[in-house]
Design a protein around this ligand. Structure first.
Ligand SMILES: Cc1cc2nc3c(=O)[nH]c(=O)nc-3n(C[C@H](O)[C@H](O)[C@H](O)COP(=O)(O)O)c2cc1C
Length: 150
């Protein structure tokens, strides 16, 4: 394992978040249950990350993830929110989400408007899209963790 705790594999149930994700931002996020957040090694600091994600036993997609307290919304509970880079036809609350977090993009930030937050997340998505094309990061999408029930 690297000094920064990456890569980190996590698996757990998708629970309801604060519900702002899709409505206000137009960027749906899947929230992990508390146990998954509590299992995160301390070396994985808060911030925005990218990696691979699988919903139940579906295909593995690229993802971006926000880990922390969302300073813009002043959350009091730490969360791990995944935005899967794929258009799903419906919500998947209760599904099992598996993620391989492979890289970090930036620290959590505060913004003076929702538009600035959205612009930054769009940039995060572009970074993730590009980084995950790298051959050494493509390898993670075939990890045995993804096909098992872990
Ligand atoms: C890639 C990504 C980056 C994010 N970066 C930040 C950030 O820098 N600051 C922040 O306050 N929230 C950030 N967020 C979290 C959004 O504020 C969050 O998705 C929104 O509050 C919706 O949460 P909800 O679905 O739990 O309501 C980020 C989310 C994603 C997916």
């Amino acid at each position: 394992m690297n000094q920064n705790g990456l890569p980190h594999f996590a698996s757990g149930k998708v629970v309801k978040g604060f519900g702002r994700g899709s409505k206000e931002l137009g960027i749906p996020t899947a929230n992990f249950d508390e146990e998954v957040v509590n299992r995160l090694p301390e070396s994985v600091e808060t911030g925005v990350y990218f990696g691979w994600a699988q919903v139940d036993n579906g295909p593995v997609h690229k993802m971006v993830m926000s880990i922390g307290w969302n300073p813009f919304y002043k959350n009091t509970k730490k969360s791990m929110e995944t935005h899967v880079l794929h258009e799903f036809q419906e919500d998947f609350y209760g599904a099992t989400l598996k993620v391989f977090i492979v890289g970090r993009i930036r620290p959590e930030m505060n913004f003076s408007s929702v538009d600035e937050l959205i612009a930054m997340i769009k940039n995060d998505i572009a970074v993730a899209e590009e980084e995950l094309e790298k051959i050494e990061l493509q390898a993670y999408r075939n990890s045995p963790q993804f096909s098992s029930d872990g």
